[in-house]
Design a protein around this ligand. Structure first.
Ligand code: BGC
Length: 522
């Protein structure tokens, strides 16, 4: 069977409208929600490798790591249940919060969820920065997690709805860009706080999470809600004005009418959760579940959470480890820019597939390098300079592959394929699945490394291979299609059309099937 996405539907619609400064600023402000998520991902690895932090909260790990008590197996020295719980507890909280956020986002609008997310995250940062015991540490993490759950549920949807459809890819990806900036900022802060003589560096690292939270809260206070959400809540006149405002033209009739139609369809649905599980929404359900699952199973967060630990494990000194993490952070941010400039031109599928192949090759190289040096007992021989450089380069090329494919697309594609009636519910599934598997990776990585040794990277390579095939076969191209017309793309897809075409049901939106052009790619 040919890859389903080789057929690219294009809709004969071109809503009038410009790429206005207003929409640009609005999207930048909203996307700062990614900063809090990113900061969090980047900070825990560095903090959990700081001896004063370990000594205060995790004395067992401190003994193994700093005092070298309990064997020299490098694969296992950071393996501690309590330590991983510190990193991963946040994602459990985020998972639960994103489910609650679905209702807030649908009933009250995207903005209240964003505000709440920022405020709770701020509270978590304060509790963590002042932590005196592990309970405070975990409570702080839980608050941060609830904040992330609300922000990640609402921000990608907000961006996809605000953006003119031709630039939706790039504008949505500002969210991922700010995730990567958050991660990088955290790495840089850790690099400096780790050197603080007072032993309180970790407090600054954790407390500084308040800075992106304040930026996000202040930003959300100034933001307008999306026209789609205003119409969903019956504020039609305000929505039309908002649309004129953000599109920079007076005649927004066509887009406005489509939003109204989408909203009429949406109002008919009383139980969006139940609806999402019906046959008609099978493709959307599959993608909002599998895209975040695969995104995490790329293994990217092994590097993001544990880069300093990983670099230490393969024999780098403390300083070199933190410095190498900063390098991977820079690569992550810069490569995201690449996908922002290409995604609306070349499409989502090409980036997904290229990024997947790139990660796969790098994972094989990393496996061979670590395998040769550490063998099965985890005791390396002397680390030569060329060897260390090769590992760092392979990791950087891998990170670049993720950063222009599964990273940003993992947030973009789910948020743009969901019809209005199930958008909030579907986005919650996206966030929850993402958080479950972020949790899973954070929880078991250190144990997996201890048990599977260098084979760990082959485990992730297997998933990268599978996800690349998955995209090739099943995902239609979504570039350049207005968000409320997206329902049409499934009707022309060889696998999905039997699920979505229903003679008795009028399609969502005003578009007729005859209006769709089918073009063969390549
Ligand atoms: C993922 C995170 C990951 C980050 C790395 C995001 O899209 O959801 O789990 O740490 O990208 O840049």
């Amino acid at each position: 069977m040919a890859g389903g996405g080789m057929i690219a539907p294009s809709v004969n619609k071109g809503y009038p409208g410009k790429f206005t400064g207003r929409v640009f600023i609005t999207c930048i402000v909203a996307a700062t929600g990614g900063l809090i998520f990113g900061y969090d991902i980047g900070i825990s690895g560095g903090v959990t490798s700081m001896p004063p932090f370990l000594e205060k909260f995790f004395p067992d790990v401190y003994k193994k790591e700093v005092l070298n008590i309990g064997g020299t197996n490098q694969y296992c020295k950071f393996d501690s249940q309590k330590l991983t719980m510190f990193t991963s507890s946040l994602y459990l909280a985020a998972l639960v919060a994103s489910l609650i956020a679905s209702t807030v986002t649908r009933k009250l609008g995207r903005r209240p969820s964003m505000l709440l997310g920022g405020a709770l995250f701020l509270a978590g940062a304060i509790v963590n920065g002042l932590a005196q015991n592990t309970t405070m540490l975990y409570v702080g993490r839980a608050l941060l997690g609830v904040g992330v759950g609300f922000a990640n549920q609402s921000v990608p949807v907000y961006l996809s709805e605000m953006a003119p459809y031709k630039y939706r890819g790039a504008l949505n990806m500002v969210f991922q860009l700010s995730i990567t900036i958050g991660i990088l900022a955290a790495y840089v802060i850790n690099y400096f706080t780790a050197k603080m003589k007072s032993g309180n560096g970790w407090r600054y690292s954790l407390g500084c999470a308040g800075v992106p939270a304040i930026i996000f809260v202040l930003g959300s206070l100034c933001l307008p809600d999306t026209p789609n959400s205003l119409i969903e809540r019956g504020k039609n006149d305000e929505a039309r004005k908002r649309l004129q405002n953000i599109r920079g033209v007076d005649n927004v009739d066509e887009e406005y009418n489509d939003l109204i139609n989408a909203s009429i369809e949406s109002q008919k649905i009383k139980h969006p959760w139940a609806k999402l599980f019906s046959r008609k929404y099978r493709p959307q359900l599959l993608f909002v579940s599998f895209i975040p699952f695969f995104q995490q199973l790329t293994g990217m967060n092994v590097f993001m959470f544990y880069a300093p630990i990983l670099f230490k494990t393969i024999g780098f000194g403390a300083n070199a480890s933190l410095f190498s993490s900063v390098i991977t952070g820079v690569v992550n941010t810069v490569s995201t820019l690449v996908s922002m400039v290409t995604v609306d031109r070349f499409g989502r599928r090409g980036l997904f597939i290229e990024g997947g192949l790139q990660m796969l090759i790098c994972q094989i190289i990393i496996t061979v390098c670590i395998g040769i040096k550490f063998g099965l007992n985890g005791n390396p021989s002397e680390l030569e300079h060329w060897y260390a450089t090769l590992v760092v380069v392979a990791i950087c090329v891998y990170v670049a592959g993720f950063a222009w494919s599964w990273g940003p697309l993992g947030w973009l594609v789910p948020s743009e394929i969901l019809p209005l009636e199930v958008r909030s519910a579907g986005q919650s599934i996206n966030v929850s699945v993402n958080m479950i598997f972020t949790f899973f990776i954070a929880e078991i990585y250190l144990q997996m490394m201890c048990a599977m040794k260098f084979g760990l990277f082959i485990f992730f390579a297997f998933f990268v291979f599978s996800m690349t095939i998955f995209i090739y076969k099943l995902l239609p191209e979504t570039k350049g299609i207005p968000i409320e017309e997206m329902a049409e793309i499934w009707k022309e897809h060889p696998v999905w059309r039997k699920y979505v075409v229903d003679e008795n049901e009028k399609p969502t939106g005003t578009l007729n099937i005859e209006e769709i052009n089918i073009t063969k790619e390549g």
